[in-house]
Design a binder for this molecule. Structure first.
Ligand SMILES: C[S@@+](CC[C@H](N)C(=O)[O-])C[C@H]1O[C@@H](n2cnc3c(N)ncnc32)[C@H](O)[C@@H]1O
Length: 249
């Protein structure tokens, strides 16, 4: 299968469509890796959490050539793209909502965990459990970074929350109007590739129980990581309700 599929091309096309959902995505990734370097130096062990097809892993492997890089995701199709197109990283299947998902990391602690545009798939309770797992798995002084949508708080700041959602939707529609491919078009194109049929069916099965409670908010995130025992948590960047969240263990 790998001989006839342009895996690297699919990753590149993924990066193109994802850029429509995370403003300045490439710059965000550079900044995240720079923050990692400033806080922990060259990490010995680096995790790309909910890695998809390995966009952060690919950049981390270039920036930190001596690091052990592990990407974790539940989607077998996106993981296959990662395995086929990102050398220098290991990719593991796990459901971040399940107990013991971090067994796939192997023994011991890690220096840095980065994630982008993914953890909003979780419910607030799952995020809280995830923060506790990360607090155990990241070494003292190590860092967690997450660039993602975090609602400002529909209860706490209802008018500003609604405004931020509007601003974010406007950014998305402006990118799509400017010709950036959208999520659905990318997945429709993948569905049209016969080599992907089995992987996409398995993906469908794994996410069938995806239940969506209320959206994760910024207060949820700050509270979850504080409570989990991270010593410092803060926002290092924000556009509308997209935040670059940082937590030091
Ligand atoms: C929009 S993609 C982002 C992927 C990648 N971080 C990036 O920036 O390109 C969201 C990712 O979260 C993953 N994901 C969602 N829920 C998950 C779960 N419960 N466990 C593991 N991965 C999950 C999806 O499979 C998908 O790869």
């Amino acid at each position: 299968m790998s001989q006839i599929v342009d895996w690297a091309g699919w990753l590149q096309r993924w990066d193109g469509q994802q850029a429509g959902y995370l403003p300045d995505r490439e710059e965000q990734f550079v900044l995240m890796l720079d923050i990692v370097a400033r806080l922990v130096g060259e990490p010995a062990r680096f995790v790309d959490l909910a890695c998809g097809p390995g966009s952060i892993s690919a950049r981390a492997a270039r920036t930190f050539p001596s690091a052990e890089i592990v990407g974790v995701d539940l989607d077998p199709f996106l993981l296959e793209i990662a395995r086929q197109s990102v050398p220098g990283a290991r990719f593991a299947e796990a459901d971040l909502r399940s107990d013991g998902w971090d067994d796939v990391l192997g023994e011991g602690q890690v220096d840095a965990v980065c994630s982008a545009t993914a953890l909003h798939w979780l419910d607030p309770a799952d995020l809280s459990t995830l923060a506790q797992t990360l607090a155990r798995r990241i070494r003292p002084g190590g860092v967690f970074l997450n660039a993602d949508t975090m609602r400002l708080g529909p209860t706490e700041v209802p008018r500003l929350d609604a405004l931020a959602v509007d601003l974010r939707n406007q950014i998305w529609s402006d990118s799509h109007a400017a010709g950036v491919e959208d999520w659905q078009t990318w997945w429709d194109a993948a569905a049209g590739e016969p080599a992907f049929t089995a992987l996409l069916a398995e993906r469908e099965r794994r996410f069938a129980d995806r239940h969506k409670g209320r959206d994760i908010t910024l207060p949820d995130t700050l509270e979850s990581f504080h409570k989990a025992g991270f010593t410092e948590v803060a926002i290092l960047g924000q556009v509308a309700d997209k935040h670059l969240f940082a937590a030091i263990c």
